[in-house]
Design a protein. Structure first.
Length: 305
């Protein structure tokens, strides 16, 4: 795997490690953009869950579509602070939010998806406050964040994954599009597809830590955590991007999700990035800049039309 500077920056962004890099060079919010940080959207016991949100300061003539970013980090690391990405989305006319969820050191699945859906309900409940169009919300994430956005996209209406985090239960957690960068889609096979375990923590790999133990001993939880489990024709459009040299989340995971969506009649676009591992750079095919342009076009078609 190549570790060029652009790729490292991309991986930092996608797995949620951007904040540590930005601490060395403080981020300056662009003129005309409002960035609110560390807003509490829910409490679980005494534990507060936060989000950052960015939008154009000038009051909109019409409610704006929203893009919610969900960070990666193997469900055990990463940060929801991504001010550069949020402000770039805000400059394109979106309400942009990045959300915190409980990591596996705190709670196992389904806590993570409950937190994400609680954040979506919060945004809809406060749509008027931010000039947000509640009927135009998309989600974007990479790696573990890719898994969570894909699960949000396929599990609409699944009561067991809805939870009650943050309340606002009169609001929907459905989304209108999904951008999934190299997220696992079938938790029952991801370890066997990869052929090895990753970063054991207390004897468990990241997928095992998510479901609470060895996959073969927790198959029902692993199945419940798998986006492919819930695919049906009512799912929103997907854009899936995955490197053909990824040895962290095997490409077959995204191929499997893309096929399930197609078989169900869901609009899906699969971009296999040649030469890319678990992250993208300008030497990939297509290069990272072109991938971002494709993401921009996809979001505009899904949320601005």
């Amino acid at each position: 795997m190549r570790y060029s500077a652009p790729m490292i920056c991309c991986v930092l962004l996608l797995v949620g490690g951007l904040a540590s890099a930005q601490q060395q060079q403080p981020f300056r919010v662009p003129e005309g953009i409002t960035l609110k940080s560390d807003m509490v959207f829910a409490k679980v016991g005494d534990r507060e869950l936060h989000m950052d949100i960015a939008y154009q300061t000038e009051a909109p003539q019409a409610p704006r579509p929203c893009v919610v970013y969900i960070h990666g980090g193997a469900w055990c690391a990463g940060t929801y602070h991504a001010p550069a990405q949020l402000c770039n989305l805000a400059r394109q006319g979106y309400i942009a939010a990045s959300i915190e969820y409980r990591l596996t050191q705190e709670a196992i699945f389904p806590a993570q998806i409950h937190d994400c859906k609680g954040a979506l309900r919060f945004l809809r409940a406060h749509a008027a406050e931010y000039g947000l169009n509640p009927d135009k919300i998309g989600v974007w994430g990479g790696s573990a964040g890719g898994h969570l956005v894909a699960l949000i996209g396929t599990s609409g209406g699944v009561k067991e994954l809805e939870g009650e985090v943050g309340g606002n239960l009169d609001q929907s957690s459905a989304v209108q599009c999904v951008v999934d960068f190299f997220g696992p889609s079938d938790m029952t096979t991801v370890v066997s597809d990869r052929g090895r375990q990753l970063m054991p923590i207390n004897g468990l790999g990241p997928e095992e830590a998510l479901v609470g133990g060895k996959i073969e001993e927790h198959l029902e939880v692993a199945k419940a955590a798998s986006p492919v489990t819930y695919v049906d024709r009512t799912d929103p459009p997907f854009l899936i991007c995955h490197g053909d040299q990824d040895n962290v989340v095997p490409l077959v995971q995204s191929v499997k999700l893309d096929k399930a969506l197609r078989d169900a009649g869901v609009e899906t676009t699969m971009v296999i990035v040649k030469g890319a591992g678990h992250g993208f750079d300008e030497q990939c095919d297509p290069p990272f800049s072109q991938i971002l342009l494709q993401v921009g076009d996809f979001l505009a078609r899904a949320l601005k039309r």
